[in-house]
Design a protein around this ligand. Structure first.
Ligand SMILES: NC(=O)c1ccc[n+]([C@@H]2O[C@H](COP(=O)([O-])OP(=O)(O)OC[C@H]3O[C@@H](n4cnc5c(N)ncnc54)[C@H](OP(=O)(O)O)[C@@H]3O)[C@@H](O)[C@H]2O)c1
Length: 306
């Protein structure tokens, strides 16, 4: 399969592209962050430019487009709503329209943050209620994709993993601090269902092979607090778990409102998906294995800015 992945320098896009490499013909789109000798073809462009976006789609003629590019920093979105709208709503809308015209399939990546988190365990039928500019613009992005493409696959996800910069994900935040023996805060009042990006990538490829379309929640099968996630990560690496201090998200001074319970139900996916989704502990074990195999160093070597 020929796959075009946007956001290939980002946390999810890069891991997706690397997981896809052996099996598929992969083209990864980056914008500001160039990649040094990655094992897939890199195309550099600002996807908000209509002309370059269309040129790339014509040039690659993909079977599938996986759209990971976004403004995924909640604080930056809150400080700059027009930019958040441009990247999280307008870009997916235009891309979906172009992809539809070219006849390719589209997988659009959305977020668990579309819910207010007052209840948790949300299904695809539950009414979203986004609290932040990021979440509002991502929800509008989902709606725009459904309006512009006849049959897209839209997934709401939550993930962690090793990244190009070495500090993009929550797991790297815990790892970097714990490795140097630094005391680290962990929110005891925010719940989520994080998957390792590499595991999420494999699940998404299976969903594509199954020709699924429509809206799906794709997260780990059980909830965990961010504090407990840090504790389990510390234990998986053999770091001192007592370095993690339970704190409330309300004391963190964050500008963008956070949903306290971002847990999603994966019942819809499990009805059609052949395998159980990896448990949090299994994901963390693979995160450690990747570390031992030198995976973070491999990514670091691809960081043309370093
Ligand atoms: N991170 C999470 O915990 C999380 C949770 C739930 C859902 N999501 C969703 O998952 C997706 C991937 O998130 P992520 O955390 O992997 O993102 P990320 O690490 O912040 O990366 C964002 C990517 O988007 C690219 N990009 C931004 N503007 C662009 C433009 N104008 N043209 C071309 N590329 C552009 C960036 O390219 P350059 O860096 O090269 O400029 C980068 O590769 C997003 O849709 C996000 O909303 C993320």
């Amino acid at each position: 399969m020929r796959i075009l992945i946007s956001g290939a320098s980002g946390l999810l896009g890069l891991n997706l592209a690397l997981e896809a490499c052996g099996e598929h013909e992969v083209y990864g789109v980056v914008n500001h962050h160039k990649l040094y000798q990655p094992p897939f073809t890199v195309l550099q462009c600002d996807l908000t430019s209509d002309q370059t976006r269309r040129q790339i789609l014509e040039q690659v003629s993909p079977h599938w487009v996986i759209h990971c590019a976004a403004l995924a920093d909640l604080e930056v979105c809150e400080a700059n709503p027009p930019l958040a709208k441009k990247l999280n709503t307008d870009l997916p809308a235009k891309l979906a329209e172009d992809v539809s015209k070219g006849g390719a399939c589209l997988l659009h990546v959305s977020t668990d943050a579309v819910f207010d988190g007052l209840r948790g365990d949300y299904t695809e039928d539950d009414q979203p209620h986004p609290l932040s500019v990021y979440a509002q613009t991502k929800l509008a992005g989902e709606q725009a994709v459904f309006a512009a493409h006849p049959d897209p696959l839209v997934v709401r996800v939550n993930f962690y993993g090793w990244s190009l910069s070495g500090k993009r994900s929550l797991a790297e935040f815990f790892f970097n601090n714990l490795q140097t023996g630094k005391e680290t805060p962990g929110f005891h009042d925010v719940y989520f269902c994080p998957l390792l990006a590499n595991d999420l990538a494999q699940i998404l490829f299976r969903m594509m092979e199954l020709n699924l379309s429509g809206l799906y929640h794709v997260v780990a099968p059980q909830p965990i607090s961010k504090y407990e996630f840090g504790i389990q990560l510390a234990q998986a690496f053999g770091f001192d778990p007592s370095l993690i201090r339970p704190v409330s998200v309300l004391q963190a001074g964050l500008r963008a409102a956070r949903s306290p319970n971002m847990t999603l139900s994966i019942a819809k996916l499990q009805k059609v998906f052949p395998d159980p989704l990896p448990e949090i502990n299994a994901g963390l074990q693979r995160f450690v294995s990747l570390y031992k195999e030198g995976y973070p160093e491999r990514l670091k070597a691809m960081n043309a800015a370093s």
